[in-house]
Design a binder for this molecule. Structure first.
Ligand code: COA
Length: 415
């Protein structure tokens, strides 16, 4: 079946995590992604966190499915000549080098436009224009600078980073959307444009509700759904909210049967107002349905921890799955804390292709996260990541280079 991005050629200068997640998505939707790497070394993640000697790491394989890899020294004279051909050949250049690296290579926006006015140049940087624009950035720096760390964790502890890679993979997603929009606009404008996504901006976008709370706090000096209320003090900045929900329906993580030995025997529970009556009946507190101290969402706010405690007393007699089943019979929103071990074995995620088993030529079979975005007319088939330089000859031939020219580049260590 045809793919949504069939015919789109991506010149992929991405490395580590943020950029590769973007180009992997584009590859899953059918784009021809040509990953350019340095001969001999390649993307640094190929060798990071290896679990099998001399075999591309899971870090690399899980971020670079469905791409082609070519090696090219883009700083050499003949390498630059090949890169010029690639710029003419492709629709989009995606990069997440440290600030200024592409310019230092000689490929400024102006130069790229001269070579190919239709080319879209998409970049991820740590920061947008401003005091930190020249800084190198990794995931957790972005989480800290984008507002996630200051609002994550418990009130009496330090800022915390989250396991979700919102700085890297989150910004990759933002960039992918920008690229698809630029491709769409090119249909009418006939020209390329620059697409920029800063990791700080991406994280802040995902922390939008916390900027909402900052303004609420400034106005009202208190946030009644936060665990600091009613006993604790609020300062001038949004505090860490523990496991409080980010929305208008208060929630918390509560223990389930087995929590003493199983670190994931917990459930996220939401006291959703429309099902308050059902909650009270399930946990054996029918008197709370009409008690004015508990009957309305406003009355419950100063008593949330007491309420979660009562719910927990009930959930501690059930496994997280039993509790989930029973609450769901009454449309009470909640969710089990699932470990990576449980997710990897979950049959429904395998059935939808969200967890896939992939066969790699030197690693053998391994699990990966497939495409989380499902298009009915553009199904995703997850293929192995490329070996370093696996497609160099093939791509150079497509650019019109003869076998002799390719051999000459190899002899010069350009490829
Ligand atoms: N041939 C020749 N040189 C190449 C090359 C190739 N095929 N590919 C890369 N290089 C060069 C670059 O031109 C650059 O050279 P320069 O510094 O002399 O200009 C050099 O390799 C290193 O690139 P750089 O991006 O600086 O890598 P780094 O390992 O020092 O930094 C990051 C890594 C991630 C910190 C940095 O790239 C960065 O901040 N990126 C933007 C934010 C980002 O995406 N961060 C998240 C990563 S998950």
């Amino acid at each position: 079946m045809a793919k949504a991005l069939d015919g789109v050629r991506i010149l992929d200068f991405t490395h580590v995590q943020s950029g590769p997640t973007c180009t992997q998505l584009l590859a899953w939707f059918g784009a021809d992604v040509i990953k350019v790497e340095r001969a001999g070394a390649g993307d640094i993640t190929r060798e990071q966190l290896r679990d099998i000697p001399d075999v591309d790491s899971l870090y690399f394989t899980m971020l670079n499915h469905n791409k082609r890899s070519i090696t090219l020294d883009t700083k050499s004279k003949n390498g630059k000549a090949v890169l010029e051909k690639l710029v003419r050949h492709c629709d989009v250049l995606v990069e997440n080098f440290a600030p200024g690296a592409l310019d230092r290579m000689g490929f400024t926006w102006e130069r790229i436009q001269q070579l190919n006015p239709k080319m879209i140049v998409a970049s991820i940087k740590g920061f947008g224009p401003g005091p930190y624009e020249d800084c190198k950035v990794y995931e957790n720096v972005a989480q800290c600078a984008g507002g996630a760390a200051s609002t994550t964790g418990f009130d009496d502890g330090p800022p915390l980073v989250t396991g979700a890679q919102i700085g890297d993979s989150g910004t990759g997603l933002h960039l992918a959307l920008g690229i698809v929009c630029a491709l769409y606009q090119r249909k009418s404008s006939g020209r390329g444009q620059r697409v920029q996504a800063a990791m700080q901006d991406g994280v802040l976008n995902l922390c939008r509700v916390k900027l909402r709370d900052q303004q609420r706090l400034a106005r009202t000096k208190v946030m009644k759904e936060y665990p600091q209320y009613p006993k604790g003090k609020f300062g001038s900045a949004v505090p860490r909210a523990g496991n409080a929900s980010g929305g208008g329906q208060p929630g918390w993580i509560i223990k389930c049967k087995g929590w003493e030995t199983d670190p994931n025997a917990y459930l996220y529970f939401i006291t959703q107002a429309p099902v308050w009556k059902e909650i009270c009946n399930v946990i054996g507190k029918p008197e709370w349905i009409t008690d004015p101290d508990y009957a309305t969402p406003g009355a419950r706010l100063p008593r949330l921890m007491e309420i979660f405690g009562a719910v927990e007393k009930w959930t501690m007699t059930k496994t997280k799955f039993e509790a989930m089943d029973e609450f769901n019979q009454h449309d009470i929103p909640c969710g089990p804390i699932l470990s990576m071990e449980e997710l990897a074995a979950e049959p429904s995620l395998r059935a939808t292709g969200t967890i896939v088993e992939v066969d790699h030529p030197t690693r053998g079979k391994y699990l990966s996260v497939g495409n989380p975005i499902k298009l009915s007319d553009s199904p995703t088939e997850v293929r192995s990541s490329p070996l370093l330089g696996e497609h160099t000859d093939e791509v150079l031939a497509e650019l019109g280079l003869s076998a002799t020219e390719i051999e000459a580049l190899r002899a010069e260590n350009v490829i």
